[in-house]
Write a protein that binds this ligand. Structure first.
Ligand SMILES: C[S@@+](CC[C@H](N)C(=O)[O-])C[C@H]1O[C@@H](n2cnc3c(N)ncnc32)[C@H](O)[C@@H]1O
Length: 440
C-alpha cells in the first residue's frame, strides 16, 4: 500500500550484525595520475573534473563526503549480487576468440559471502553514503537480481523514505540458462529512488516509438483511446520493463570484464535522470560502463572500484572512447601493480623538437610462457617526479588489432626532460619506466 504523506514506515529489515553506521571517517585521497587523452590540452593550474578512484568505496565515499555531499545528480549502483561466486576475466591475446589456446581466465572480482547478513552489512552503509552524496533532486539506481533485491527494497524504503520510491525497472535479456527445474532467470531489477520530493527527470530524451499495432488502432478507429489520441509521432515514455541484449562475444563494446552492463542501458538511465554538466557517480564501476557513457553524454563523472584491474580496463576504455581528461586518485599513495614483471624497454628518437618513443621487443608472457597482450600504455613527456600527467596513450582495440607501439610528442621549448612510461598488460601486470631527453 502506498505510504501516506509524512508517514514513516514501520516495516524494517533487521538482521544479525545490522548496526548503526558510524559517521564518515575521512581519509585523504592521493592523486596518482592525470590523464589527458591524446589531443586534449594539459591543465597545469586546474584539476580534471572527472575522477577514477581506486579503493574500497566506503572509505572513498567517506573521503568525498565533506567536499561532495549533495553534489551528485545521479548515482548508478551495480554491486556484486550475492551470487556466492567469483567472477573471472578473460585474459590473453584473443579473449573473445572461440579458440581456447588464445585466452585463459584471470582473477576478476569476488562475490562470496558467509551469509546474506554479511552481504547486507556490506551494502547498507554504502547505500547510506550514496544517499548523502545525492543532490536534493538526485536519483539512485540500484541494480540487483532475485537474490538480494527484495531485501534492498525494504532497506531503501528505510533510507530514502517509501514515498521517494520511483520505479522498479525490470531489465530483460536472453541467454543460455542451466536450470532444468525452473523458468529461466533472465531479468535483473533496478530500484529507483529519489533523494527528495522533486527530482530531475527528462522524459522527452528517452521516448520510444509506439508499437505499430497502436498506430494501426488509432488509424482505424476515431474512437480508439476513448477520444484521447496520444502524440504518436513524439513517441512514448518507455514502460518499466526494458529489453537490451547482454554484452555478448561479438559486441563491439565488450571489454572482457565480467558482468559488464550494456551502454544502451546506462544511456537510458543517464538521459532520464541527468543532464549535460551534471555529476554522475558509480562506486562499483567495474569496466567503466557508466563512466564511458557519462563522458559521451557530456556529464561529469566519478567512478570507483576496489580492483586495480578494473581501473586498468576503465583506462583502456576511456582512451579508446577518446574521453575528456580525468584524474586517478587512490586511498594509497601508489597504484598497486598486479605484478611488476615486465621490463619496459623503449627507444627514444628525436627529430628536432618532435620526440618518438617506441616500445622495443615487448612480448609479454605469463611466468609459464602463456602470451598475453599489451593492452594500454601511456607517456608523460614532462614528468616532474610527482603526479604522472599522461599526455599520450595507445590502447588495444576491443575486437581486432594490436596496440600502437609508438607515441610522439612535440616540445614547445628547449630543455632537459624526463619521460615517464607506464604499460598495462591484459593480465593486469603494470610496468613503468623512465627516460631522459635533451631538447635543443
Ligand atoms: C557488478 S560489477 C560492476 C560492473 C559494471 N557495472 C560494468 O558495467 O562493468 C561490481 C564491481 O564492484 C566492485 N566492488 C566490489 N566491492 C567493492 C567495494 N567495496 N568498493 C569498490 N568496488 C567494489 C568489483 O570489483 C566489481 O568490479
Amino acid at each position: 500500500m502506498p505510504m501516506r504523506k509524512g508517514e514513516t514506515p514501520t516495516v524494517r529489515l533487521e538482521w544479525n550484525g545490522k548496526s548503526a553506521v558510524p559517521p564518515p571517517r575521512p581519509a585523504p585521497l592521493h592523486r596518482l595520475m592525470e590523464i589527458y587523452p591524446s589531443g586534449t590540452r594539459i591543465q597545469k593550474k586546474t584539476s580534471p573534473l572527472n575522477r577514477l578512484i581506486l579503493g574500497d568505496n566506503l572509505a572513498v565515499m567517506d573521503a568525498l563526503l565533506e567536499e561532495m555531499r549533495g553534489k551528485f545528480r545521479l548515482i548508478y549502483c551495480d554491486p556484486p549480487f550475492a551470487t556466492g561466486k567469483g567472477f573471472d576475466r578473460r585474459i590473453g591475446r584473443g579473449e573473445d576468440s572461440r579458440k581456447p589456446e588464445t585466452w585463459r581466465l584471470g582473477e576478476g572480482y569476488a562475490d562470496s559471502w558467509n551469509s546474506i547478513e554479511e552481504y547486507l552489512s556490506m551494502l547498507y552503509p554504502r547505500l547510506i553514503r550514496m544517499r548523502d552524496l545525492l543532490a536534493a533532486d538526485g536519483t539512485l539506481y540500484l541494480h540487483l537480481d532475485w537474490r538480494a533485491v527484495h531485501f534492498a527494497k525494504v532497506l531503501l524504503d528505510e533510507l530514502f523514505g517509501a514515498e521517494n520510491f520511483i520505479n522498479e525497472i525490470i531489465w530483460v535479456y536472453h541467454g543460455p540458462s542451466p536450470g532444468k527445474s525452473y523458468f529461466n532467470r533472465k531479468h535483473d531489477t533496478i530500484l529507483v529512488y529519489g533523494r527528495g520530493k522533486t527530482r530531475a527527470f527528462y522524459p522527452d530524451r528517452i521516448r520510444v516509438p509506439y508499437h505499430p499495432s497502436t498506430h494501426r488502432t488509432f488509424a482505424s478507429s476515431p474512437k480508439a483511446g476513448f477520444g484521447k489520441k496520444p502524440d504518436l509521432l513524439r513517441g512514448k515514455i518507455p514502460e518499466d520493463w526494458w529489453y537490451f541484449p547482454v554484452i555478448a562475444r561479438l559486441h563491439n563494446e565488450r571489454t572482457g570484464y565480467p558482468t559488464q552492463k550494456p551502454e544502451a542501458l546506462l544511456e537510458r538511465i543517464l538521459q532520464a535522470s541527468s543532464t549535460k554538466g551534471d555529476l554522475v557517480g558509480d562506486f562499483f564501476c567495474g569496466s567503466g560502463t557508466t563512466l564511458r557513457t557519462a563522458d559521451s553524454l557530456s556529464r561529469r563523472w566519478i567512478g570507483c572500484d576496489t580492483l586495480p584491474q578494473s581501473i586498468s580496463i576503465c583506462q583502456r576504455r576511456l582512451a579508446l572512447g577518446r574521453s575528456r581528461p580525468y584524474a586517478i586518485d587512490s586511498l594509497v599513495r601508489e597504484m598497486p601493480a598486479a605484478a611488476k614483471r615486465i621490463r619496459l624497454t623503449a627507444a627514444v628518437r628525436a627529430d628536432r623538437r618532435r620526440v618518438t618513443v617506441t616500445l622495443a621487443g615487448l612480448s609479454p608472457c605469463l611466468p609459464d610462457g602463456f602470451p598475453v597482450s599489451l593492452d594500454y600504455w601511456e607517456a608523460d613527456f614532462d614528468y616532474r617526479g610527482d603526479v604522472i600527467r599522461s599526455e599520450h596513450q595507445a590502447a588495444r582495440p576491443w575486437r581486432k588489432g594490436s596496440t600502437e607501439t609508438s607515441l610522439s610528442h612535440t616540445y614547445s621549448r628547449a630543455g632537459s626532460y624526463r619521460i615517464f612510461l607506464r604499460a598495462i598488460c591484459s593480465d593486469g601486470a603494470v610496468s613503468t619506466g623512465e627516460r631522459r631527453i635533451e631538447i635543443k
